[in-house]
Design a binder for this molecule. Structure first.
Ligand code: FDA
Length: 384
């Protein structure tokens, strides 16, 4: 039977629309994904030799201050009381992040009060005067001063971007958080946690509806499939969450992304680093950070005999890589405007999600955007 709506992409954006359309409107939905699993980039799987849950496309921590999103996600999963914290290894010494009074006092071998630490940072940040920062380095110095910038931002940023921060535009950063207290909670959000029985169980419950059919290993641009761009656009309404430039055959040029490479290793020890995430601030270490996945679930009884660590490397993406972070250069922004015009004119197709709108979205933002699109555009369209 013909579906009422086709959704391209079984990530959080696509799954949220699918669940709402099936449950709220009672319509038939087919969700396709070119990957062999649902959940998009938030997908996780159990490492088979250790039983430890690993996030395949980079660590995913759920956090939000939006009560509607929190209420919505709690329909499908309970969350643990996990609170995210990050540390940085700089020249063999471990510091808490984001930069806080503990970081400042350890770094300067001092015992500053909140007031005197603030005065110190303001004084160091004034080094370049009042002129407009010409690049990322100058911007960062104007926010936190040179010593903290050089230790915790410069080389880490250079590794992320494969570019000297003096050659990166100042606009890449608008703020660098410095806390003048000892709070090293990474997120400021009201709600935070990890799905108690894993991300996959959460996503399976979202898709578990008699009116939702999921077809995996199905690429929207593969015209040999029964559901493809050529066969459905103009006939059946579509929600498209794949890359925006790909939809229009890169006609306006490619939108640039950064990608990540992950090196996963199982070590025959219980605990490698004592914490979920360790950033590596030095230029001499090629990876940006190491995740140790057992620490995301201290409430679980994992094996004492092994642990899973993942080293993360950052680089510019080619067309065949997974797109992770939009680069958003002035050229990209110009192209994006042209693609947006094309998207607006594409009848019967809604573009959404991080790839379909070319923007970085946290999970709660993707879900929030999908709920808004459902309420404001998709439901009114079907209700007539
Ligand atoms: P998502 O990319 O998840 O889904 C899109 C789906 O479309 C994919 O499954 C893809 O295979 C499919 N698709 C694409 N083209 C297709 C085609 N032609 N045919 C069929 N299917 C196609 N957020 C957060 O809240 N906390 C965190 O800690 C993190 N951590 C994090 C780390 C890293 C490294 C990244 C890159 C991102 C995060 N995020 C995050 C963000 C999170 O990943 C993001 O919010 C969601 O993936 C957004 O869901 P979408 O559905 O928009 O995209």
């Amino acid at each position: 039977m013909q579906p009422d709506l086709i959704i391209v992409g079984a990530g959080l954006y696509g799954l949220t629309i699918a669940e709402r359309v099936a449950e709220e409107l009672g319509l038939r939905v087919v969700v396709i994904d070119r990957r062999s699993h649902i959940g998009g980039n938030a997908y996780s799987e159990i490492e088979p030799t250790t039983g430890i849950e690993v996030h395949r496309y980079g660590a995913h921590l759920f956090h939000t201050s939006n009560p509607s999103v929190w209420e919505y996600v709690n329909r499908f999963t309970k969350f643990t009381d996990y609170v995210h914290r990050v540390y940085a290894n700089y020249r063999g010494e471990i510091y808490p992040l984001p930069i806080n009074l503990g970081t400042i006092n350890q770094f300067f071998r001092a015992s500053h009060s909140p007031g005197s630490a603030r005065e110190l940072v303001v004084e160091q940040a004034a080094e370049l005067g009042d002129g407009k920062p010409a690049n990322l380095e100058e911007k960062a110095i104007s926010l936190i001063g040179r010593p903290l910038y050089e230790a915790f931002v410069r080389d880490y940023t250079a590794k992320q971007w494969q570019t000297d921060p003096r050659e990166l535009p100042a606009e890449i950063i608008s703020r660098l958080p410095v806390r003048y207290n000892y709070d090293n909670r990474y997120f400021n959000d009201r709600f935070e946690g990890l799905p108690v029985d894993g991300y996959t169980a959460w996503f399976e419950r979202m898709a578990d509806h008699p009116l939702i059919e999921v077809r995996l290993d199905t690429d929207f641009f593969d015209e040999s499939q029964s559901i493809s761009k050529g066969k459905v656009v103009g006939r059946i309404p579509v929600v498209y969450t794949g890359p925006l430039d790909r939809y229009f055959e890169h006609g306006e040029g490619e939108l640039a992304w950064r990608t990540l490479d992950f090196e996963q290793e199982v070590l025959p020890i219980k605990d490698f680093q004592g914490t979920p995430v360790m950033n590596y601030s030095d230029a001499g270490v090629r990876y940006t950070r190491i995740h140790e996945f057992r620490h995301f679930h201290p409430e679980r009884t994992y094996t004492d005999d092994a642990t899973v660590i993942v080293r993360e490397f950052s680089r510019f993406a080619t067309r065949d890589d997974e797109p992770y972070y939009p680069i958003n250069s002035p050229v990209d922004r110009e192209r994006l405007l042209r693609y947006r015009e094309l998207a607006k004119a594409e009848d019967g197709v809604w573009f959404g999600g991080r790839l379909g709108t070319y923007q970085y979205l946290d999970m709660h933002m993707a879900i929030g955007a999908a709920l808004s699109a459902f309420n404001n555009e998709i439901a009114p369209h079907f209700r007539g």
